[in-house]
Ligand binder design. Structure first.
Ligand SMILES: C[S@@+](CC[C@H](N)C(=O)[O-])C[C@H]1O[C@@H](n2cnc3c(N)ncnc32)[C@H](O)[C@@H]1O
Length: 353
């Protein structure tokens, strides 16, 4: 039975289901979920591409910036959350292979990936570097570590609950059926939810609240004994997010086209929502981490040394220079909604020059 038919059967039996349960199945159903289907392709040949697919320069720049603190550790560990097709891991590790082979020899690179199908892609992609790479399906499987956590576009791929604030109360958006089609059904929730949503909350507003961030962050932060973590993603501080997107930020992607019809063809399109960085920061602080100021991704890449990385590459590979220069422009100008949220745990103060 197809995912759509199974969903319809379930809704017939149980009544409308909360949106996050629909999104969980649409993205991660073991057979037909968007990220779990064996034939899933990310990047230009798929439905959307991330900064990772623009050019390896993105991963090289992140690696360049992290080298400073990783080289000071005896057993540096990198943990990547949500590895996609494995390109980012490959770009980071090959950067060290080229520029810092001593670090590559010492580093252990973990990918935490919940989709078995994507994990298979990652293993393929990283076959030449396999002695440096380990896999886990959840952060609960990580050993205690000192080092660097990074995740590009991970948080936007968690299922979300969706609420609609009205003059008289808060409704939670559910998925029901009408004439064999999936439709929105809004059902009342208790008043306590307004406190969970935080402010500002005004009538007419639609708010998404991710489910599962804490289950991911808690074991991660517990196991990180010392180090720094980076979440790169689209999103904003809560205040800005709610003022700028009063109708919410849920979106679907199919063949590089954006659609607001997130209920259409479950499993065949990506579904995503912007990251509320205030929620992320409050969870990280609760888990004992020190949060650094939110940065724009373009400025972060500049500060991380993207120009220097580009110039060194051009020097050794003049043939690839034009493509790399164009890619740098894309990375700096075409990701305006992206932010970098960094946190530290027991981090050592920087060494004096
Ligand atoms: C939007 S894709 C981004 C992939 C890649 N980082 C990139 O930038 O191209 C989200 C990735 O996070 C993974 N993912 C989502 N939820 C996860 C979770 N709870 N634990 C581990 N991986 C998860 C997905 O399977 C997918 O690989």
């Amino acid at each position: 039975m197809s995912l759509l038919d199974r969903l319809i059967q379930r809704i017939r039996e149980e009544g409308p289901i909360p949106f996050h349960r629909f999104m969980e199945l649409a993205l991660y159903d073991p057979e037909e979920g968007y990220y779990t289907r064996a034939d899933r392709k990310l990047g230009r040949a798929g439905d959307f591409y991330t900064a990772v697919h623009v050019h390896p320069l993105f991963g090289w720049t992140l690696a360049h910036r992290a080298t400073r603190f990783l080289t000071r550790l005896d057993h540096p560990v990198v943990v990547e959350g949500g590895g996609g097709d494995g390109h980012l891991a490959k770009d980071i590790l090959t950067y060290w292979q080229r520029e810092f082979p001593d670090l590559l020899d010492r580093v252990e690179y973990w990918i935490v990936e919940r989709s078995p199908a994507l994990r298979a892609h990652q293993e393929d992609q990283l076959s030449a570097l396999k002695e440096h790479v380990r896999f886990a399906s959840s952060p609960t499987q990580l050993p205690p570590f000192r080092g660097w956590f990074l995740a590009n576009e991970l948080l936007d791929a968690f299922p979300v609950r969706v609420f609609r604030v009205t003059e008289t109360g808060v409704l939670e958006r559910h998925v029901g059926i009408e004439n064999h089609r999936l439709v929105w059904v809004d059902l009342p929730v208790d008043h306590g939810i307004l406190e969970t949503l935080g402010s500002p909350a005004f009538p007419g507003m639609v708010v998404e609240v991710p489910v599962g961030w804490e289950e991911f962050l808690r074991p991660l932060c517990n196991r990180m004994r010392e180090g720094e973590g980076w979440f790169l993603d689209y999103g904003e501080r809560r205040n800005v997010l709610r003022q700028r997107y009063p109708e919410g930020t849920l979106m679907a992607y199919r063949q590089h086209r954006v659609s607001g019809d997130v209920l259409h063809t479950p499993g065949m399109q990506d579904i995503t929502a912007f990251v509320d960085f205030d929620l992320l920061f409050s969870l990280l602080e609760k888990l004992g981490c020190r949060v650094l100021p939110l940065e724009r991704q373009d400025r972060f890449l500049m500060d991380a040394g993207i120009l220097e990385v580009l110039q060194r590459y051009e020097h050794h590979h003049p043939d690839g220079a034009t493509r790399a220069r164009l890619a740098m422009k894309t990375l700096l100008f075409q990701f305006p909604t992206f932010r970098v949220a960094r946190f530290q745990k027991n981090a050592r103060p920087p060494r004096k020059a």
